[in-house]
Design a binder for this molecule. Structure first.
Ligand SMILES: Cc1cc2nc3c(=O)[nH]c(=O)nc-3n(C[C@H](O)[C@H](O)[C@H](O)COP(=O)(O)OP(=O)(O)OC[C@H]3O[C@@H](n4cnc5c(N)ncnc54)[C@H](O)[C@@H]3O)c2cc1C
Length: 480
């Protein structure tokens, strides 16, 4: 028989220290959701079952004890670190869940400049690690816009990506080794070696699991020399996205690796670069690394862009200012929330990826359908911000005024229909519905369409590692 809330809490305070178990109603409410439901939250509406408690774990052994207890009693576990999730990965969709918060596990364990790697506990804020590294002349190379808030555990669990990814790669290319705890309490440590061919790369069972298979407790990432003095910024405006994608492709297929390669459409460009975009698309590059490489990369990009006469060069001082303010901290989040309440205008994003051949078609189809089918839209735009030799991502940006509906109807009236258009058109065209925010709960309905016959592998992992189904129910795997 399932334990009551009271019985769960009573047992927990025996397992960990009582001050690690929080049952305050306000904390439980904000712990039942993530950014996906912020419109409801801002109007005091909470539609998800409240968790029984938030448990602040302090060690791997705390995680083991809590997971073993939950596994024994079939209690749903929602792992959490920085609380910046955007896709419902933190929603507690099951009654009496436990949110297991690792933000107190925040030690930078070792910075190893000989082997060029750093080891941290899961709750280490990326910004803390990055600041320590920069003082020593190093960087992680990882710079998601949420860098001031997100923590290593969540960044790995979501397969996150940063603004310099075209050079450094996504988090999956940075992680060297890991420690994680599985629901039966099994601790696994994957050792830190440069490469190995000792069977499949088991790091990838953990990276991107979104708390649906295991709890990540420790991470080792690569580090790189930090040489910002060599950075070269380039910026252009141009007529249309199709040309922009062609330029990005030329840069990538000819072997150049700028750290930043971003293409904004008119609407998204106007939002970010109103002082120079003039209703045109905006293309931005940054070359970095050793001086000779940065200069050669920038020169090659300039040569490629000159082959497209519609491109007009812009003063990179504007871009530098914009770039310096791109990341979001707690003040930016608070300001955004105040604006949403005041204006009833809210913006969300959906990120996908696709090969070069189909990316422009996906962009055009999705923006046109949103324009025709979704009411009250104020911005329908997007940008590409992470490119590869075989394709790129698209980060759709969709803002709307919430009109004539209750707070709890905002998602079904606007956010969901928008996501449905983007996800379904992308999968239909042959792209991926999810480039870097994770599946969360809100893209799970399409997970089988996304993976096709390879869903067999994903499903088998869940059955093997979480046979009781206690890990983050409804995330990645449909809630039965
Ligand atoms: C303003 C803003 C900008 C953003 N910009 C970017 C960006 O540039 N690039 C990008 O990739 N993302 C971005 N995101 C999304 C978000 O920051 C990332 O998904 C980030 O990786 C989440 O990290 P977190 O520590 O906040 O994790 P949380 O929000 O706490 O959790 C995220 C997911 O990971 C799981 N999880 C958390 N910790 C663990 C753990 N220890 N073990 C197992 N599972 C765990 C959770 O259950 C949840 O499903 C942005 C979000 C915001 C709000």
């Amino acid at each position: 028989m399932a334990l009551t809330r009271e019985a769960i809490v009573t047992a927990l305070v025996d397992i960990v220290d009582p001050d690690q178990v929080v049952t305050d109603e306000a904390v439980l409410k904000e712990s039942s959701i993530d950014r996906f439901r912020r419109f409801e939250e801002l109007h005091g509406v909470y539609t998800q079952p409240l968790p029984a408690a938030v448990v602040y774990v302090r060690s791997t052994s705390d995680v083991v004890k809590v997971l073993q207890f939950a596994n024994k009693h079939g209690i749903n576990i929602v792992p959490r670190t920085g609380h910046t999730a955007t896709e419902g990965g933190l929603e507690t969709v099951v009654e009496n869940s436990l949110v297991v918060d690792g933000s107190a596990m925040n030690k930078v364990i070792k910075i190893d400049p000989v082997n060029m790697q750093a080891t941290c506990q899961c709750g280490t804020p990326l910004l803390v690690l990055e600041d320590q590294l920069r003082e020593l002349g190093y960087t992680t190379g990882h710079s998601p816009q949420s860098k001031p808030l997100a923590q290593l555990g969540g960044l790995v669990a979501t397969r996150s990506i940063g603004q310099f990814s075209t050079l450094y790669g996504g988090i999956e290319e940075m992680v060297v080794g890991l420690e994680a705890v599985f629901p039966n309490g099994q601790i696994t440590r994957i050792k830190n070696v440069p490469r190995r061919a000792a069977g499949p790369d088991i790091r990838h069972i953990i990276i991107g699991n979104e708390g649906a298979l295991c709890y990540i407790t420790e991470i080792t990432v690569k580090i790189f020399k930090f040489m910002p003095e060599n950075n070269i910024l380039l910026g252009y405006t141009l007529e249309n996205m199709k040309t922009g994608f062609e330029i990005l492709r030329e840069v990538m297929v000819n072997g150049y690796r700028p750290s930043v390669a971003r293409l904004y459409d008119e609407e998204d460009g106007a939002y970010h670069f109103s002082h120079f975009a003039n209703n045109r698309c905006v293309l931005i590059f940054m070359a970095e690394g050793p001086k000779g490489i940065a200069e050669a990369t920038a020169a090659a990009i300039e040569e490629i862009v000159t082959r497209f006469p519609e491109c007009e060069k812009v003063d990179t001082r504007y871009i530098k200012t914009w770039f310096d303010h791109l990341n979001w901290d707690a003040t930016d989040i608070a300001q955004e929330r105040a604006e949403i309440v005041e204006t009833k205008n809210i913006g969300n994003t959906t990120e996908i990826s696709a090969n070069w051949e189909i990316i422009n078609q996906i962009y055009e189809t999705c923006t046109e359908r949103m324009r025709n089918e979704i009411p009250d839209m104020t911005i329908i735009g997007g940008h590409s911000s992470h490119s590869y030799i075989n394709g790129t991502n698209l980060y759709f940006v969709h803002y709307y005024n919430v009109v004539d509906c209750k707070p709890e109807e905002e998602i079904t009236k606007y956010h969901w229909p928008i996501k449905k258009i983007i996800v379904e058109e992308t999968i239909k065209a042959g792209g991926s519905m999810c480039h870097h925010h994770g599946v969360g709960k809100h893209r799970t309905p399409w997970i089988k369409d996304e993976h096709g016959s390879s869903y067999y592998i994903l499903e088998t992992l869940k059955k093997a590692f979480d046979p009781q189904g206690i890990m983050n129910r409804g995330t990645i795997y449909p809630k039965s």
